[in-house]
Ligand binder design. Structure first.
Ligand SMILES: [Zn+2]
Length: 216
């Protein structure tokens, strides 16, 4: 799959229709992501958050092509000037950084409602081949329904690779859910595994799921 196919799947949030979908590549590192010409530019700061002496103060730009699956890496000094000749230690530092970072995936997340995000499969930045291989992995949807006494929370995770859906649901008194990557389900949740439930619209999908669930 070409990365642009993944990026073009959603141009607005399927739940709230907002166009505020943020794209990023690492769930736990500082980065800036921008569309530049025909590529997605991801600038990573290689100064370690935990140990300032571990890495040198410089930045790495990862340029993922939107036309094919090639990529390019550029190294910048602290003044954002690109290195003409790349010192070997910078390449080694970057390899170390990748090894310590969370798995590379492209994420798109709604930063309006924070109830939807989607990810690709893990991306291996093979510095020798300069080609990535990726696919749509999981869409995550969160539905909240207010009842007279509490809130019903339903999470729908659609796993496209294995063509399955997982529904996680529970009741709570708190309507504020910090949904997103690394979200932890509460102990009182129930889970269901089913064949893939295609997302049609917020209302129709929610109705379909509601018919499947029994709340304790
Ligand atoms: Zn949204």
């Amino acid at each position: 799959m070409i990365l642009s196919e993944f990026l073009d799947r959603y141009n607005s949030c399927p739940l709230c229709n907002s166009k505020r979908l943020s794209t990023y590549i690492l769930s736990n590192r500082k980065q800036s992501v921008e569309y530049i010409d025909d590529s997605l530019e991801i600038i990573l700061s290689l100064r370690s958050e935990k140990n300032k002496t571990l890495f040198h103060d410089y930045k790495v730009g990862v340029y993922l092509s939107l036309k094919d699956n090639s990529f390019n890496i550029k190294y910048f000094d602290r003044y954002c000037k690109e290195y003409d000749v790349i010192p070997t230690y910078l390449i080694n530092d970057f390899k170390k950084y990748l090894k310590n970072a969370s798995p590379l995936k492209i994420y798109k997340e709604c930063t309006s409602c924070y109830k939807f995000f989607t990810t690709t499969t893990e991306i291996n930045l093979d510095l020798k081949k300069s080609i990535i291989d990726t696919d749509v992995n999981i869409d995550h949807f969160c539905f909240i329904t207010k009842t007279d006494s509490d809130y019903k929370i339903i999470i729908l995770n659609n796993f496209y690779i294995r063509s399955e859906s997982e529904i996680v649901y529970w009741r709570t008194n708190d309507s504020i859910i910090e949904f997103g990557f690394g979200f932890n389900y509460p102990d009182n949740c129930s889970k269901l595994s089913l064949s893939l439930i295609s997302f049609i619209s917020k209302e129709k999908t929610q109705e379909r799921i509601n018919n499947l669930l029994i709340y304790s």
